[in-house]
Write a protein that binds this ligand. Structure first.
Ligand code: URA
Length: 187
């Protein structure tokens, strides 16, 4: 059976597949254009996102918006989601079993969207999606080709909040992403 965006959203809203469903305020489904060629995958909703049920509405969302704006991108033309849809208490790293329980939702989102470019934000998303050995500090901004899309990774906006010197590095990565996007449009 082929799920629709609406089906996925409803499943996420009612999900009880892991214990985070008992501590979450609201699950956070991905947001953005369902026609986007560019998909950003981050880690998990933070506290603000948990309260509002939307991705990247807190401090790290401001950093993300600024990076997007600096490279001429807007949230409306891309799709942003997380590896897990519920907030881990205290912003701890998601546990393996939580990532596995939530993975089908990300798979459906990716299947429906069929992005040409996937950008992983931060270690947790990158090591789950690209490779467990991937090191952001050494390999950010490099490209990996998979069947129907190319993938890259850069710093998570919350890492930039902790160390603002990473902003320019992430901005350069986003500018490479914009360049890659226009190259892919002409092949
Ligand atoms: N951090 C994330 O990884 N995702 C969000 O949606 C917000 C903060």
């Amino acid at each position: 059976m082929q799920y629709t965006w609406n089906d996925i959203e409803q499943h996420v809203a009612a999900c009880t597949h892991c214990p985070l469903s008992r501590t979450r305020c609201r699950p956070v489904m991905g947001r953005g254009s369902h026609e986007a060629d560019l998909m950003l995958i981050a880690e998990a909703p933070g506290g603000q996102e948990d309260r509002q049920g939307l991705p990247f509405v807190g401090n790290s969302g401001e950093i993300l918006d600024s990076l997007l704006q600096d490279c001429g991108l807007s949230r409306e033309e891309i799709y942003i989601t997380n590896i897990i849809k519920c907030h881990p208490p205290g912003n701890r790293d998601p546990k393996e079993e939580e990532k596995e329980a939530c993975f089908p939702y990300l798979k459906y989102e990716t299947f429906l969207l069929k992005p040409q470019i996937i950008v992983c934000l931060g270690r947790v998303a990158t090591q789950r999606i690209i490779s467990p050995d991937f090191k952001i500090t050494r390999q950010h901004g490099t490209w990996i080709r998979r069947k129907n899309c190319v993938l890259t990774a850069t710093y998570h906006p919350s890492a930039i909040l902790r160390d603002p010197s990473k902003y320019e590095i992430a901005k350069a990565d986003f500018c490479k992403i914009v360049k890659k996007r226009s190259e892919l449009k002409f092949v």
